[in-house]
Each structure stands twice: as C-alpha cells, then as structure tokens.
Design a protein around this ligand. Structure first.
Ligand code: PLP
Length: 403
C-alpha cells in the first residue's frame, strides 16, 4: 500500500535541486514572523516601487497608449524595431561599437537565460561573481553546467579579483559574468578592472556577460558606470539592461541584451539566440513601446532618485559601521549594501534571529556567495529614512546581544 502511494508521487527533476533564490526564499521565514504578530520591515527585495519611488508618467502613458491602440498582438521575436533602434542608439551613446544583435526580453532575466542557454552545454562552466546575483547560479544549475564563482575583493572596494578569475579559467569555460554596478555589494568596477577582464576573455575566447542594469544609479557625482563593451570592439560581450531599476517599472518585465564584437565570430551564436527567441514567441508586446520614451524622453526623475538613494546609502553605511561587530564597505551604486558580520556566528543564524525577534528582513550573505569563513547579509536601502533608522537600531540590538 505504502509503495503504491510513493510511486504516485510526482518528483521534480534533479536539476531543480540546486536552484535557490535567497531573496525570495527568506520570505517564508518573514511570513512566519508576521503571523506571529511582528511589525515587519522589508529590506530584502530590490523593488523601488514598493517604497516611495514612482514610475514617471510618460512611461506609463506610452504603455497605456500602446494597449489602447490595440498593439496587443504578438511582436517580432527579437522585439519591435522602434525599441531595438532606441536600445541600439543608447548602446552607441555608451560607446558600444560593432553591435551584432539586439533582442528585447521579459526583463533582462529572460535575456540572460536565453543567452546562457544558447551558449553553455552540460559539464561546461561559467565564471560568476561571488558575491553576485543568484539568477546566474539558478540558470547555470538548470543547464546542468558548472557554476564557478570568482571572488570580489572586500578589501579593495569589492573589485573582481583578476588573479582568481584567471586561475579558474580552463578548457570548459565559456563565459565570464560581470555585474557592474554589483548586486549585492553596490560596488562599481574601475575601467582597469574591466579592461583586465576583457583581456582575459579575448585571450581565452570567452563571452563576457555584462549585467549593467544599475548603470545609471551611481553616487557621489560619478558618471554612469562604464559599459564593458565600450572598452573593446574585439571582445565578445553581451550587455544586459532594462527598464526595471532606473526607469521604475520592474513589474513591466522589459529588458534587453546587446551582443557586440567581431560579427563573423559571433554570427552562429547569435543565430542560436534567435532560435531561442522564436521558441518563446516574444516579450510583452505593448510594454515594449515604453522603451523609446524611457531611454529618449525626459530623464528628470533620475537626479532626484539618485539624491534620495545617496542619502539612504549614507544612513545605511554610517549606521552599520557604528555597530560593533559589523562593518560595511561604502557602496558606489545600485541600492544594496553587503555588510560583514564579525560576531562569531553564521549569517543565517544572525538573519533568522533578526527576522524572528525584530521583524527586519534582510538576506543572508550565503544566498549570494561569500568567501569561506566570512559572513555577511544584504540590505536594500530603498526604504525611507525613518524605516532604515528603525531597522538599523534593531540590527544594533541583536548585534549587541551577541557581543
Ligand atoms: N540583474 C541584476 C544584477 C539584478 O539585480 C536584477 C534584479 O534584481 C536583474 C538582473 C533582473 O532584472 P529584470 O527585472 O530586468 O529581469
């Protein structure tokens, strides 16, 4: 009887075993704390619109107008020409030359998934930053390929460790992922670091997957971060970006990939990506009409957004560094900080206690990768100042308890 019941259980594929997404996985714990009556403060999700950041009107109007005028059919699989042209002009403004193919996707998440799926065979490996955004490890696990983390150096403003990258490349390496500005550390790569990565990629004929979704959100008067592809027309780079962060529409699910480099060496790969695009039909059609107005219309929401984020970054870094047993590298961009916990306890224990006892939700560093023996957590500094101050007081009280 027991055997029959067991045999009828639908088991998921083995490839789901290693798929984790700590940012949302932590919500289960948060829901338990909420049910137990805690007042919750969510510093775990990088979604500006759940706080006091509002989509610019002209972007909403463009999407509304597209729907009202019945642009509700399927679109071409790579995207509508108007959006592709706007993305290409933006790429050229950023100095990207030799564009071979541009495709519009359901968030840049889908673009990244298509690009990796068209590139990597089971058993091959991809170098990803540690700490880094967990989408990459999830997609690589799904492809039954090997995720090979390379470290970002906390002592050097979280810059990628070039020697570590070089030491991890072998005959089965297909790509180096770069997240710049980085999630979860908020670090911005220097041009020298980018150049060193490009040199390695050219030497070993690797694709550079350059995730630049936070490029416009940089602090302290820095210009937008440098686009990796702008540094060399000879490198094979896919630059990912989208409307989710800088244009305040994460729920639109609009993103894109721009493939650049020597056209004759990339054509076969581009065709692989085009096949994947056709197989999933197209991205959301009407919302693609938001791309041109977003990239080429008024940008006046950006200075205000950056000013508010910078102020919240300052509170975050100052308050965290004032806590004994916690230290935080000053973030140069995005809206994340990745403080180190030096209290002799694992990050998961610290975060679990924090959520259960104070209702403050952050994500353990292990969800993003960290050097063995170190412990961190990721905090999102999108909430308004008063929420941040309360959250950091709660973090200080838990840290004090451990001391
Ligand atoms: N890449 C990074 C580094 C991110 O932090 C995120 C979202 O948090 C994404 C990609 C996903 O972006 P999209 O909303 O365009 O799918």
């Amino acid at each position: 009887m027991t055997t029959t019941t067991k045999s009828r259980v639908i088991t998921p594929a083995h490839r789901t075993r290693d798929i984790k997404y700590a940012v949302r996985d932590i919500v289960v714990l948060a829901e338990e704390a909420k049910k137990a009556g805690k007042d919750m403060m969510y510093l775990n999700i990088g979604d500006p619109n759940i706080f006091d950041f509002i989509t610019p009107d002209h972007i909403v109007e463009a999407a509304h107008e597209a729907m009202r005028t019945n642009r509700n059919s399927y679109s071409p699989s790579s995207g509508i020409p108007e959006a592709i042209d706007a993305v290409n002009r933006e790429a050229e403004r950023k100095g990207i030359k030799s564009i071979c193919h541009t495709y519009i996707t359901s968030g840049c998440s889908e673009g990244i998934e298509l690009a990796l799926t068209a590139l990597v065979n089971p058993g091959e490996n991809v170098l990803t930053p540690s700490p880094g955004y967990p989408l990459y490890t999830a997609v690589i696990a799904k492809l039954e390929a090997e995720n090979r983390p390379y470290y970002l150096d906390e002592g050097n403003a979280w810059q990628p460790d070039i020697e570590d990258i070089a030491s991890k490349i072998d005959g089965k390496t297909r790509a180096i992922v770069l997240i710049n500005p980085n999630n979860p550390t908020g670090s911005v790569c220097s041009a020298e670091t980018l150049q060193a990565i490009i040199d390695l990629a050219i030497e070993h004929n690797l694709v550079v997957i350059s995730d630049e979704i936070y490029d416009k959100l940089t602090f302290d008067g820095r210009p937008a971060s440098t686009s990796t592809a702008s540094l060399s027309a000879g490198a094979k780079v896919i630059t990912f970006n989208g409307l989710s962060k800088s244009y305040l529409v994460p729920g639109f699910r609009v993103g894109w990939g721009v493939i650049s480099g020597p056209p004759d060496e990339l054509e076969e790969y581009c065709e692989g990506i085009r096949k994947m695009e056709r197989a999933r039909v197209c991205a959301n059609h009407p919302l693609q009409y938001a791309i041109k107005p977003a990239l080429e219309g008024t940008q006046e929401h950006l200075p205000d957004m950056i000013e508010r984020l910078q102020c919240r970054r300052d509170i975050t870094v100052d308050r965290l560094n004032a806590i004994d047993g916690i230290s935080c590298v000053k973030c140069a961009g995005a809206f994340y900080a990745f403080p180190k916990i030096e209290l002799g306890i694992p990050d998961t224990e610290f975060v679990t206690r924090l959520i259960r006892e104070t209702g403050v939700v952050v994500v353990p560093g292990s969800g993003f990768g960290q050097r063995p023996g170190t412990n961190h957590f990721r905090v999102v500094f999108l909430p308004p100042e008063e929420t941040l101050v309360k959250a950091f007081n709660a973090i200080a009280s838990i840290a004090k308890d451990y001391r």
